[in-house]
Design a protein around this ligand. Sequence first.
Ligand code: HAM
Length: 389
Amino acid sequence: MKTEPYKGVRDFYPPDMAIQNYLFGVMKKTAESFGYLEYNSSILEPSELYRGKTSEEIVNEQTYTFTDRGGRDVTLRPEMTPTVTRMIAGKRREFALPLRWYSIPNVFRYERPQRGRLREHWQLNCDVFGVAGLEAETEIISLAYRLMKNFGAADVDFEIRANSRKIIAAGLVPKDFSEEQIRDFTRKLDRGDPTPADIHFEPDEEIKKLLAALKENGINNIRFDQTLARGFDYYTGIVFEVFDTAPENNRALFGGGRYDNLLEIFDEEKIPAVGFGMGDVTIRDFLETHKLLPTYQSTTDIYLCNAGVNFNKLEKIAQEIRDNGLRVAIDLSDKKVGVQIKIAVRQQIPYILCVGEEELKNGQFKLKKLANGEEKTLTLQEINAQNLF
Ligand code: HAM
């Protein structure tokens, strides 16, 4: 048996998990700061959810689909937009619109694994439902911008590019393009195929207003890009993507747009919707490129070394410190104190507390800070008051 994970998916060892938790923390905090509420669902969906209106490439070539024991076609969700639309369609009469929702689901796509593209990734989805006007795009793009700022990015580190499906369609219709041809053309644009030299798109009033509103809010690293299309068929208006400006990682980080008609697949009245998906793989690459990832910190505060006392006495002290809010791991190695300290160092635990009979008798404990080797003698009360150094 090999120890590698399945092709294109990741194991998360504790340092990776620390990064993942940091990413999710910034995502949650930012989404909630704009009033978005968290939702979730199962990774399993009936396959028919994707047969309607999403993206031919994803449905035909990139889904993980199987037949369950009851003969149902099941798909591991390749994105969250059909799911959140299904959830809203199912209970729409219970909701007072507009709704602001977010989620950080894992999604699965059978893609060729490469930098920034894996077969499983986590994706922050932020969507606003029930707003037909540009206020929705303005808010969603402001939220995308704020996410980048909260990750520590400067304006020069990234660029937001916006276009509109309406502009693409309008640029083609006078040349007698059918809806089918517009869809094909949009897909080609998304793949980066060269556009015929005689096709030029002018920003319409809507996109000019959007760019002006965002600039008024202090967002200046945004521009119109006539080659931007996005891959999904369900977008109906403004689409946008955030790009890394670093030459060594010059790529789209995340994106989204307006999709006003998706509720139709549930035979429900339309609800206007705007949102985006931000993947954990691309944002992590971005943060690594720009040296913005925080340094690893263990979630354990204190490692209790056993300098020859009964294990139960050590456990009692540990529990008292835990009850006061610090996170304590006890040494279970039965090795010499020097080896125990090495274990704590390897695990990057910030403090070491050695407990022997002597310390138990006089109630004075030596707490050592690993970062600089500094030592302090403290009583248990002082440690419990979290008066570390
Ligand atoms: P998407 O552009 O397909 O849009 O995915 C959004 C983001 O997820 C991408 O920009 C990228 O960061 C990440 N991503 C996508 N595929 C992969 C992959 N194979 N490996 C790693 N990361 C990936 C959507 O999924 C839309 N449903 C987003 C949306 C929400 N539109 C409106 N609301």
